[in-house]
Ligand binder design. Structure first.
Ligand code: ATP
Length: 272
């Protein structure tokens, strides 16, 4: 994935007002790498995530949908500006997208297995049922849910279990890129790390590239090799965690550096 001076805006229905949510972002993600994107609420993280998932610049233009208004974005070798309908469909099948509200988007009228399998049958109605069942069971196991969960309805699951079902669904087509927006938002605090650990485990086993978005540094710091920090749509820091917090100049990065130092201090004291 390569973003070069990428800008993304939202326009009102009459196009009389526009809001630039991502402003001149330049980023690269190599195959098999994990990139973290952090920033405060409203900094443009979700907008960027949507664009990476192939959901920006969709024609005809919908009010409230993000539009690429400057620069370029290439995802899995596909230039995203003015992408045709068919090419976009092909691209989105290669990208696993876990939106912020992924767990709520699961269909309450379907079982866990049916929810996870749905993208397979949306792609190919005639796909072999047994084969789909095997793929679903493999993923349910990979996200550390018991196979007994397959027949349950979504309302029978906890927040952490639901999020793992949503993650399994986003990976069922074996994507080359996973875009996970706030992967543990809404998940019970006690089980957050269980859900979060699943992403690097699966990434290592399956080899996809991933972009993990969060307002919380602790969510991305152990998963991502590189982290981009967004503020008001602009990248104010990009590098490894150590690079970001060593001699930071920007006030937001200084804050991150202090927070990280105070988080690390008790651990070091305990180790003594
Ligand atoms: N559909 C929309 N129409 C108009 N403006 C929007 C729309 N969606 C987002 N915005 C604006 O774009 C900016 C970036 O929003 P975005 O959701 O990408 O930020 P974020 O960093 O993901 O925030 P959060 O962590 O709260 O989800 C914000 O100023 C937001 O108000």
């Amino acid at each position: 994935m390569t973003a070069d001076d990428l800008s993304i805006e939202y326009r009102s229905a009459t196009a009389s007002s526009r809001h630039v949510a991502v402003n001149g972002v330049t980023l690269q993600l190599r195959a098999g790498q994990v990139l973290g994107i952090i920033g405060e609420s409203g900094s443009g993280k979700s907008t960027l995530a949507m664009a990476l998932a192939g959901l920006a610049d969709v024609r005809p233009v919908d009010e409230g949908a993000p539009q690429i208004c400057g620069g370029s974005l290439t995802v899995l070798g596909t230039p995203m500006r003015r992408l045709g309908k068919k090419a976009r469909r092909v691209l989105t099948l290669r990208v696993g997208y876990l939106p912020q509200d992924a767990a709520q988007r699961l269909n309450p009228g379907l079982t866990v297995a049916e929810n996870v399998a749905e993208p397979i049958f949306l792609r190919d109605r005639r796909f072999d049922q047994n084969e789909a069942g095997k793929l679903v069971a493999t993923l349910i196991d990979a996200v550390h849910l018991p196979l007994s969960a397959l027949g349950l309805m979504t309302y029978e699951l906890s927040s952490g279990q639901l999020q793992r079902v949503a993650l399994a669904r986003s990976l069922i087509l074996d994507p080359e890129l996973l875009v996970a927006d706030e992967p543990i938002r809404g998940v019970d605090i006690l089980v957050r790390h269980h859900v979060l650990n699943v992403i690097p485990e699966l990434q290592a086993a399956r080899g996809f590239s991933a972009v993990v978005v969060s307002s919380d540094l602790s969510v991305v710091q152990d998963v991502a090799q590189r982290i981009a920090v967004l503020q008001d749509g602009v990248i104010i820091g990009l590098g490894t965690l150590d690079e970001l917090v060593t001699a930071p100049e920007h006030p937001y990065l200084k804050g991150l550096s202090r927070a990280l130092a105070s988080e690390r201090q008790p651990r070091e004291d305990e180790a003594r």
